[in-house]
Structure formats: C-alpha cells, structure tokens
Design a protein around this ligand. Structure first.
Ligand SMILES: Cc1ncc(COP(=O)(O)O)c(C=O)c1O
Length: 359
C-alpha cells in the first residue's frame, strides 16, 4: 500500500448515521449496510472516481448489460476491530488482484490495485464505528464491478461501475455443517469461470443447494464436472480434510476459486510443521477415510464462513459421520483461534498480512 495516492477521493458524509438503528453485536449476516459507499465509473477508456457518499439506491436503465449478459464480478473481504479500537484489513491486495483476474476473464477493465486499496481504506476508516468488536464480529466489505452499457447485444460493455459498500456481520454458520456431495449439477467446468468470482457462478449454485437444503443439508460439496469423482469446493468455501495427520485440500484449478483463507491456512499450517498436500481428492478417499477413522476432521474455509467444521457428509443416500468434536485438540479450532487473533492484531504477524488502518 503506498502512502501517497494519486487518487483524490471526494467525500460526502451523511448527516444522519443509521448506526443507532441496529445492535451491532446481534446482526443477521448481510442485512444491514454501513453509512457510506464508494463509486468509480469507467468510461472513454479510463476510471473516474465519483467518491464516497451516503449509501443509497441508484437509478439505472433496465437495459444495462450486467443484468442481461452477466458481466458482473465481486469480492468479499472483512475489516476487523479489536478491543483497543484498532482497525485492520487482512491481505486486501489479494482481493484486488483476484478481482482483476476476474475482470480479465470477463472482458472487463481492471481496477488499479492502488485505487482499490485506497478506496477500501478510506471507506472503512469513515465507517469504522460499524465494525463489531465482538469475538466473531467484523465488517464485511463488498467490492464489485459491473457493466453499465445501455444496449442489447452480446459484446463487452464500454462503461462500468466499481462500487464498494460494507455490512456488519457476526457468525455465518452457528453449528457444524452437514454437506451433500453433488454429482448431477456442477458449479464450474473446465475452461469456464469457476476460478473467478463471477456473479453467475453463484446464481447457478442456488437450485442444487436448495435441493440439498430440502434434504436437511446446509450446503453441497461440488465435484468435478468431467469425472464426478473428485471433490472441489463447498458453497462459498474451499475444502480441507485432516487425513492421517496431514491437511489435504483440492489443488487450485480453473474450476476452484483461489481462496485467501485457504492460502493463509496452508501457510500457517506449514509454519506449524503440519504437512499440507494440495492435490486431487476423490470422493472414495474421503468416505473411506471417514469409515476407517483416518479422516479425523473436515472443514470449509472462506472469508464469510471463516472455518466451518463439517460433521456429516451425505453421498448417494448414505450419511458419513466425522467423529471429531472440533474441540481443543482439533486443527480446525487451533487455526480458527489463531486466524481470529491475527486478523485483529492481537498477536505478532510473522507473515505481513495484517494492515492496520490509520486515520
Ligand atoms: C466459491 C468460493 N470458494 C471459496 C471461497 C473462499 O475464498 P476466500 O477465502 O478468499 O474468502 C469463496 C469466497 O469468496 C467462494 O465464493
């Protein structure tokens, strides 16, 4: 993050904060939005910063191309506050880079990393009172980029908006997960856009997820679309298994999102001398591991869900129960606690991941 920014961000503050209307420490996930938002517009081949203003609705034509042709990508990240009132971002440059990988794949203009970070820091600092300081609380940040050409016709838009708004959140899942291995519907295909946060990836996941929820599962585990034999991701989480004392996780490919939480966990675990394997993992390997007792933990990981232990895995009308209680001795809990403290600046940061936001 550079100290001097070439981007002058005009700021219009609200004259009436909505903060008093909610109890920050008991908020449903993603239902309330911070007082302010950031907007930049892309036209004539360049970005134009509109600035930070009170969060508001927008008036747009029904013809904008994001709605019809899906040129729309987003990011998800969080700001954290500790009891001293210090405010932190966690590896924000990774989100900026990932969004630009998505922009390239979706034929959209990249957002300069410096603009992304500067806008983020300024917005979060202005709305810092919105960050819950509770143990599981944080301010979810939603940067997104969408096409705004008012035209029918399948071609890249020539105009876009890059917007950031925030939402105070607590825990995403309040209990260990039951997940269903899905082999009929696919989230991502080889050569497709599974590795980017394209909005359509999430839209297409909803129907199979609803079917799984009707059967009593929280989420599906997606499998590869070519052989249907390998596990890939679950919901908005990457997957990790503890097998024979090692962490194994599906290797990143063009059908798997390169999660920042995943990358952080791999780095932390290796620094603790826990072996980590990034490779293909078959359904058979997972289920046999559970049956033999060699697969001792499974969890999803992501910014929203943090670390979400998995208790039960369904496959072809049979349920497989993972024996771990995810208590003191579990790797999942140790990682979760460590990450929580790291993100709030409560322990030394040997990785240089935590960015304190100063006034
Ligand atoms: C499909 C998918 N996989 C994995 C993740 C986890 O990524 P991260 O740890 O960067 O939040 C997310 C969330 O962004 C996601 O949407």
């Amino acid at each position: 993050m550079s100290a001097v920014s070439p981007y002058a961000i005009p700021i219009e503050l609200t004259n009436k904060s909505r903060l008093g209307e909610i109890d920050l420490n008991h908020v449903p996930f993603g239902k309330f939005f911070g007082d302010h938002m950031f907007v930049a517009e892309y036209k004539d081949g360049a970005w134009h910063v509109k600035g930070i203003s009170p969060f508001k609705n927008v008036s747009m034509s029904y013809s904008i191309s994001a709605i019809h042709y899906g040129q729309s990508i987003f990011e998800g990240m969080k700001a954290y506050k500790n009891s001293k009132g210090e405010v932190f971002l966690f590896r924000p440059e990774m989100n900026a880079r990932r969004m630009n990988i998505g922009a390239k794949r979706m034929a959209m203009p990249e957002v300069p990393e410096e603009l992304f970070i500067e806008a983020l820091k300024t917005l979060v600092w202005i709305d810092r009172e919105w960050i819950p300081a509770s143990e599981d609380g944080s301010l979810y940040i939603r940067p997104f980029l969408f096409a705004t050409d008012e035209a029918i016709g399948v071609r890249p838009s020539s105009t876009y908006q890059f917007v950031i708004f925030t939402s105070p959140v607590g825990k995403y899942y309040n209990e260990p997960l039951n997940v269903l291995i899905e082999t009929n519907y696919f989230r991502a295909v080889k050569g497709g856009v599974g590795y980017v946060k394209a909005s359509g990836n999430y839209g297409r996941s909803l129907y199979p997820t609803c079917l799984a929820q009707e059967k009593g599962y929280h989420q599906v585990i997606w499998t590869d679309s070519e052989t249907h034999q390998y596990v890939e991701e679950s919901g908005t989480m990457n997957l990790m298994f503890v097998l024979d004392g090692k962490i194994i996780t599906p290797a990143i490919s063009d059908t798997i999102l390169s999660g920042i939480t995943r990358d952080s966990i791999i780095t932390i675990a290796r620094s603790w001398n826990i072996p980590v394997e990034e490779r293909k993992i078959s359904i058979t390997e997972v289920l046999e591991g559970i049956e033999k007792g060699t697969l001792t933990e499974a969890f999803g990981c992501g910014t929203a869900a943090t670390i979400a232990p998995i208790k039960r895995i369904g496959y072809q009308n049979k349920d497989y129960h993972i024996s771990s209680d995810y208590g003191e001795n579990s790797i999942a809990l140790k990682l979760d606690r460590y990450l929580k403290q790291l993100r709030k600046g409560l322990i030394p940061d040997p990785f240089g991941w935590v960015h304190k936001i100063n006034p």
